[in-house]
Unconditional design. Sequence first.
Length: 193
Amino acid sequence: DGTLTAPGGETVTGGSVFGNGGTWAGNFTNTSGTFNVGDATKTAGKESITGTYTQGASGALDIDVGGTTAGTQFDQLTVSGAASLNGTLNLDLINSFVPTIGETFDILNASTLSGVFATVNGTGINSSEHFTVMYNSNNVTLDVVAGMGPLAQNLPGNSPTPEPGSLLLLATGLLSVAALARRRARRGTVEAR
């Protein structure tokens, strides 16, 4: 939570790093560890890097969202230099918070930004809204948009198993498509004669 000064830079090659209100003085590289903004999992915080931030293909950044105030209710990482992104972004909703459509959470700021997170976990909020990750020239935001997100079905309380009625509708639709294909195939055979 204080300042760690390393003129040669810091490199995380495994494990987890936690912090709130601290500053990393020097270039920070996360090759294969987890950088958790906040003093513990599922707690909001704010961290700064005086230098560059590079996240490798095996690195992860954990971001918690539990309200609309940066640093106390949602995580924010500020980088004075350039940020180069890859690897995984893990999102967690905390404090029973449910954001509303149209809200934006500024989770990462840098002088310039390149790359994207190859994997994003936790975009689903509920059955009617989800986070979308927006990459801008100097920041990354989470925007709340309408619709069930790609991972919303994996949220606690949402069954990943389809309801029987949904399966019946799917099967009926597939049978209709198959029947239509058979009719067209027969019609093509008749026309060919």
